[in-house]
Design a protein around this ligand. Sequence first.
Ligand code: SF4
Length: 309
Amino acid sequence: MAKPEFWKNNKRYYDLKSYWRNLFGCNVHKLSIDAGFTCPNRDGHVAAGGCIYCDGRGSKLRQMGTLPSVTTQIQNGKKYYAGHADKFIAYFQTFTNTYAPCDHLKQLYEEALSKPDVIGLSIGTRPDCLAPETVSLLKQYAENYHVWVELGLQSVHDKTLQFINRGHNFQQFLDAVNVLAGCKLNICVHIIIGLPGESDADVLKTAKTLAALPINGIKVHSLLALDGTIMGDMYKNGSIPMISKEKYVALTSDVLEVLPPGLVIQRLTADGYRDIFLAPAWAGNKLDVLNSINRELERRESYQGIYYK
Ligand code: SF4
């Protein structure tokens, strides 16, 4: 099987930029928005303390003081990308962006959608935080806009989800996919490679399981140890090893090989705040990680989807 022609890129996987160029014929960028949400896994509604790798500080904007309005954040984002993007997706990114009454969500989402050149939404959330009225609202938007729901999952293995204190299990994720699928909404799933206690086979099982589901995109992150988190403490006291760059590159390549060729790869690296970043050091050079993954696929004469069944 040859590399799919519809990718129209020089990569060995179907990246988000190429997907949007195919779909809209222009450059599209996400504009990150912190709309002031918290998370039910932090405030005691589902659990307290959050996922063990979550730093709990929200966005840099939130740390700087009063949060600017959605409108201001969009205006600032558009200025930042001026000359590099023609259209924009409003990315409600910080914490759990469906964790509020539907009326409040509607007001925020529509403030974003009313702005010129904003052609859609990307809503970051958890599988257990999708009220029926919120799902209906998002489905309505998807009729006229380009809408993604980004579901944090990290692993299909319940033992891992328990260990990292996700506050939901794999079945709840499957229920969320069932509720969101079958309409014009796009589903993107987040996974983490390098989670404590996971074998290579566990990671591959996560990828193969997702490959069989009606999802449209994936974000792959490396596990980061951040200061002030439980994971950071575990790293500092030597109770968990961090994945090496070589291992991460090899495993990410394995994952890409079993995913469908049409699944959009939204991300292959992780971000963490510089001031609290502990490890692994190699994760700080995102470009090097991306180039290394592409080179590894070249070395294997392989690409995304080569082993997809
Ligand atoms: S679900 Fe997201 S925001 Fe909530 S605790 Fe976990 S990582 Fe943090």
